[in-house]
Design a protein around this ligand. Sequence first.
Ligand code: AMP
Ligand code: TRP
Length: 329
Amino acid sequence: MDKKTVYSGIQPSGSLTLGNYLGALKNFIGLQDEYNCLYCIVDMHAITVAQDPKLLRKNTLDVLALYLAAGLDPEKSIIYIQSHVPQHAELGWILNTISSIGQLQRMTQFKDKSKKSKEVMAGILNYPVLMAADILLYQTSYVPVGEDQKQHVELTRDLAQRFNSKYSDTFTMPDILTPKSGARIMSLQNPEAKMSKSDSDENSYILLLDDEDATRRKIKRAVTDSLNSMAYKDDQPGLKNLINIYSSFTGESVENIVSKYEGQGYGVFKADLGDVIVEGLRPLRESFKEIRSDKSYLEKVYKEGADKASYLANKTLRKVYKKMGFIPR
Ligand code: AMP
Ligand code: TRP
């Protein structure tokens, strides 16, 4: 039987955080042998908020190098940059014609982002439709992402369903794939909010490219509580988040971690967690430097990736155009 397809993407809008890693990137690696995987750097999504062109160029190559440093293998997976494959924008437009504005306005991320800006651009509203196009172009079965993307994958399913029932079976129905622990890593300073690279407080996140001292320091400063009791409970959200991070790196169960540190105070646990993260990220941090400085290798990877992705995307798009009544050239 043919292998099923896995698809995911990360925006090159700033440096990646531990949340991006544990919620998404880390899980991409293990899927490469069992599935046909496509991993995209979604630059066209990143421009839904203002970007400095120079910085966007840098961040795009940073994310590509992080993909490779984390263990994505261009021999196994298709790794590419979204704007190199124009079919994404084309299918995005088609799907916009069957998307309900009301449904898009109900997306949590839209509500959050539009609250923060004075003038709300149409791209912010339509962005989940472009994400649906990314996924549907490749007949994707599984989408490994963090929990914050759940609503967008549901929208993708709605759009696939709507198109399929109007024009006959065309798109595969995708399912979300979230990790057991790490699907929602919270801010180290405010455990009610998700860890995000756009947070103004840099103690709230750990960047994959932070150095070891900063990593340890940020964990030491992470907000916990005054109960001073090692437990995994909703009313100790800061500690719960740290235990999740520990468990994501080591694979140890939450129960094990709690009993290991019971009665020891948070300081010991935090110091160990700092080590766990530093050790867990060391191989990635080391190979990043080497890969990032090899411009011609990076170029080779994204060019070959774009060729392979375009071929697949075109197959789907041709079918879509034909079914809708566009005249083939
Ligand atoms: P983004 O940076 O928004 O492009 O997100 C890239 C991937 O990282 C998506 O799969 C997100 O769901 C995931 N992600 C982002 N922040 C977090 C977080 N705090 N916890 C878990 N996953 C996250
Ligand atoms: N919207 C996702 C995010 O903000 C990124 C993304 C764009 C994506 N296209 C995708 C994720 C397709 C999975 C599949 O994190």
